[in-house]
Every structure is written in structure tokens, then in C-alpha cells.
Design a protein around this ligand. Structure first.
Ligand SMILES: *[C@@H]1O[C@H](CO)[C@@H](O)[C@H](O)[C@H]1NC(C)=O
Ligand SMILES: *[C@@H]1O[C@H](CO)[C@@H](O)[C@H](O)[C@H]1NC(C)=O
Ligand SMILES: *[C@@H]1O[C@H](CO)[C@@H](O)[C@H](O)[C@H]1NC(C)=O
Ligand SMILES: *[C@@H]1O[C@H](CO)[C@@H](O)[C@H](O)[C@H]1NC(C)=O
Ligand SMILES: *[C@@H]1O[C@H](CO)[C@@H](O)[C@H](O)[C@H]1NC(C)=O
Ligand SMILES: *[C@@H]1O[C@H](CO)[C@@H](O)[C@H](O)[C@H]1NC(C)=O
Length: 370
């Protein structure tokens, strides 16, 4: 199997040395999953990446803002939630560029304004799911990066801003799997034993950090900035393909979000990068077609941390420019390989990709890292 390392260093070498290459990563992406003695290399056939820092119009992206009301009657809490477009904002400007999910401080009709987006495709099965997020320090919200099929097949990384304590550097992330077991306990994952807390080795409100979960058969591993946090195993691990979502909300419930926040609270998502096996038979067939023999095909190794400092490791370099220059179609920066799965233009050395490198200042980063 031809292994093309996609870390910045070898990527730079590959880019500079190769004259022209066919589309690479046709056979997929590999990454180490697990921890300690259980580390193993997993292969995923498809990629879906979005650089929200260059998404000016969510409509043109591979994501959909969710618009619905969750009233307090349905969930017996202090407040309901109003999920609207007004709480999902695209911002391409400044150091905090990215998708903003806003929780409002004003309660209207007993509803707290909240933000949620879902990727359009719904075929995310086993995979490595990564998002770069800056959280709000305003107490009273829940920020979540999660995978969902239905109420009994769900993987959550949930951050409660009221639990962040700078005085003792305590920054927990709540890890939850919803399963028939948690349903039997009224969706109380704590009682069902499918909830755990891990502590982040940094203040998640001080800047962007990459949160990641690797969902593989029978186990889900969780990471922050490439560092292993914890894992969940057992019958609660999902067994189907599903959706990928992010949200930021408050319902005032003292035992969970608290709040609503005193000031509008913003969660900002810089990017989402996912490498996964599709649950769609069509996409599986496409992979078989572009990768008839994995021993002869091209596989790209993923870095454990998708982005560090200024280095960027998107597989589709056009996404660095917002995806609007070369292809023209599907602008808005989503490099969502929705139609052609693992294909990556990123490995072709073309004048335009060099231009992208130059225009994003990556060359100096490459040189300093060589
Ligand atoms: C993903 O799918 C490929 C192709 O079917 C398979 O070889 C690989 O083992 C799968 N990965 C995981 C982690 O199950
Ligand atoms: C919300 O935005 C979506 C597109 O992102 C659009 O289709 C929909 O009509 C909008 N809804 C409202 C109520 O404006
Ligand atoms: C949600 O509630 C708000 C405030 O009461 C209302 O204006 C809006 O129409 C509702 N939206 C939906 C989708 O029911
Ligand atoms: C969720 O989906 C699984 C798999 O199809 C199914 O067994 C389960 O009953 C579903 N749960 C709910 C709450 O619908
Ligand atoms: C940090 O301090 C807060 C109270 O200020 C407390 O609730 C929390 O449990 C502490 N965290 C740890 C990990 O000790
Ligand atoms: C690269 O990104 C562009 C724009 O987002 C998209 O149209 C194209 O299909 C992508 N190409 C590959 C090979 O993923």
C-alpha cells in the first residue's frame, strides 16, 4: 500500500517533489485510534471537511442551520429553545472567523435563542470526527459537537460553560452516549453509566482547540488537541450511520446548562474535518470502484492533530481559499467530498495549488518545519 503521509512536513516535500500526480487518497485515510497497547491503525474511505473561516454563506455550504422550537412542555425544564437562522452566523473576518452559534440572553415566549447546524449528508458511520472550536466563557450554556442517529444512538461531547473554573483550571467535557439503556433511565446517561467527564488540559475559552472522537466498532475514543481523553465501550456504542451536528443552547435547567447566560454567548467553529466509512451502499460502491486494489492504491495518513499553529492539512487545498476559485461550484468553503469521497486535489502539484500555498503563507511554515 502506498502510504502518503499528510503531515505538513512530508506533505510539503511531496508537494515540492512530485511533478504531477493523479488524485490521491483514493483508497482512503488512515489514522491511529485507541490508546496505550490498544493503538491501532484504522482505515476510513471517505472525507468531509469544511473550513468555516472561509464560509461566507451557510446556504452554499454542506451544512444546514436547524430551525425548530423545543418547548418547555416537551422537556420539563425552565425554558424551551428557539433554534433559528439568526443564531447561526457565518463570519469570515478577524481572528475569530468561523461559524458562530449564539445563545441569547433574552428569553422570548419562554424560549432561549439557540443555534444548531447539521451536515447535510447523513451517512457518517465509523470514523474520526474533528472540530476546531472556541467556547464561550459566559456561564449558562451547553456547547455540543455530536453524532446522532436517533435518541438511542448518539455520541456527544458536551461543554457546560458554568463548569469552567479558571481559579482551579478545571475545564470538564461531558462525554455521553445515549442508548436504550439511557432511554430506560429517562435519558439520564449518568444513571445509565454512559456518561463520563474528562478534564481538558487547557482553557477551552482562550482560543481554538480541536475536539475529536473516533467512533470504531464497539468503542468510541475521545481526544482534545490530539491528546487522548477517555473512551466509551459496550452496548451503547452505535451500530448505524448517522448525522453530524453542533449546537449551542440553554434551557435554564439548574442541573445541566444553568443560565440562560447574562450576555449573549458565542461558540465559534473554525473547521470540521471528518474521515469516515459511509453507511451508504452507493458510496461504498464508489469506493470499491476508485480503489479496486488497496495494495496498489493510495492511502493518506492523517496527522493525530489535524492542525497546529499555522499549518493546515485540509485534503482539498481549494478549501483554503473558500473553495470558490478553482471549481466555481459549491462555493462557501465546504470541501465536502460529498460526491467523490476520498478524492483529493490537494496532492496534485498544479500552479493553482502552489498559489494557494503562497497565498496562505504556508510556504514559510513548511520551510521552517522542514
Ligand atoms: C472502513 O471500511 C473499509 C472498507 O470496507 C474497511 O477496510 C475498514 O476496515 C473500515 N474501517 C473500520 C475502522 O471499520
Ligand atoms: C434558514 O436558512 C436556510 C438556508 O440556510 C433557508 O433555507 C431557510 O429558509 C431559512 N429559514 C428562515 C426561517 O429564514
Ligand atoms: C418559535 O417560537 C417563536 C416565538 O414564540 C415563534 O415566533 C416562531 O414562529 C416559532 N417557530 C416555530 C418553527 O414554531
Ligand atoms: C434507534 O435506532 C435503532 C437502530 O435502528 C433502533 O433499534 C432503536 O429502536 C431506535 N430508537 C428509537 C428511540 O427510535
Ligand atoms: C474547581 O472549583 C470549583 C469551585 O470553584 C468546584 O466546583 C470544582 O469542583 C473544582 N474542580 C476541581 C476539578 O476540583
Ligand atoms: C474540492 O473543493 C471544491 C470546492 O469546495 C469542490 O467543488 C470539489 O469537489 C472538491 N474536490 C475534491 C476532489 O474533493
Amino acid at each position: 500500500m502506498k502510504l502518503l503521509s499528510c503531515n505538513v512536513r512530508s506533505f510539503a516535500l511531496a508537494s515540492l517533489v512530485l511533478r504531477a500526480a493523479a488524485a490521491d487518497c483514493d483508497c482512503g485515510y488512515t489514522t491511529d485510534v485507541g490508546t496505550g497497547d490498544n493503538v491501532r491503525n484504522a482505515l476510513f474511505t471517505d472525507a468531509f471537511e469544511t473550513d468555516f473561516r472561509h464560509v461566507a454563506d451557510l446556504k452554499a455550504s454542506e451544512w444546514r442551520p436547524q430551525t425548530y422550537n423545543k418547548t418547555a412542555e416537551i422537556t420539563p425544564t425552565n425554558h424551551g429553545r428557539l433554534y433559528s437562522n439568526a443564531s447561526t452566523l457565518a463570519n469570515t473576518v478577524g481572528p475569530d472567523a468561523g461559524l458562530q452559534l449564539v445563545v441569547g440572553s433574552q428569553v422570548v415566549d419562554n424560549l432561549v435563542r439557540s443555534g444548531e447546524v447539521a451536515a447535510k449528508r447523513k451517512d457518517f458511520f465509523h470514523g474520526s470526527y474533528r472540530a476546531s472550536i472556541k467556547l464561550s466563557s459566559e456561564p449558562g450554556t451547553c456547547a455540543a459537537f455530536y453524532w446522532y442517529f436517533n435518541d438511542t444512538q448518539e455520541i456527544d461531547m458536551e461543554f457546560l460553560s458554568k463548569e469552567f473554573h479558571t481559579e482551579n483550571s478545571s475545564y470538564p467535557v461531558n462525554i455521553v452516549l445515549h442508548s436504550p439503556l439511557s432511554a430506560a433511565h429517562g435519558f439520564d446517561a449518568v444513571k445509565a453509566g454512559t456518561w463520563t467527564q474528562a478534564f481538558l488540559p487547557f482553557n477551552p475559552t482562550d482560543g481554538f482547540h480541536e475536539y475529536r472522537f473516533d467512533f470504531v466498532p464497539d468503542v468510541v475514543y475521545f481526544y482534545a488537541d490530539g491528546e487522548y481523553l477517555t473512551q466509551m465501550t459496550g452496548a451503547a456504542v452505535p451500530t448505524v450511520g448517522g448525522q453530524l451536528l453542533m449546537n449551542h443552547w440553554s434551557n435554564g435547567k439548574a442541573t445541566w446548562t444553568g443560565g440562560p447566560p447574562k450576555k449573549d454567548a458565542v461558540m465559534t467553529v473554525a473547521y470540521v474535518k471528518t474521515y469516515f466509512n459511509s453507511s451508504s451502499p452507493e458510496r461504498q460502491a464508489e469506493w470499491q470502484k476508485r480503489c479496486p486494489d488497496i495494495a496498489k492504491g493510495s492511502v493518506c495518513a492523517l496527522p493525530s492533530l489535524a492542525e497546529k499553529n499555522s499549518g493546515e492539512t485540509f485534503f482539498n487545498l481549494t478549501s483554503l481559499n473558500g473553495g470558490d476559485s478553482a471549481s466555481g461550484s459549491d462555493s462557501g468553503g465546504s470541501s465536502a467530498s460529498a460526491t467523490d469521497g476520498g478524492k483529493s486535489a490537494g496532492f496534485m502539484v498544479s500552479p493553482s495549488s502552489v498559489a494557494v500555498l503562497l497565498s496562505t503563507g504556508m510556504v514559510s511554515y513548511f520551510l521552517s518545519s522542514l
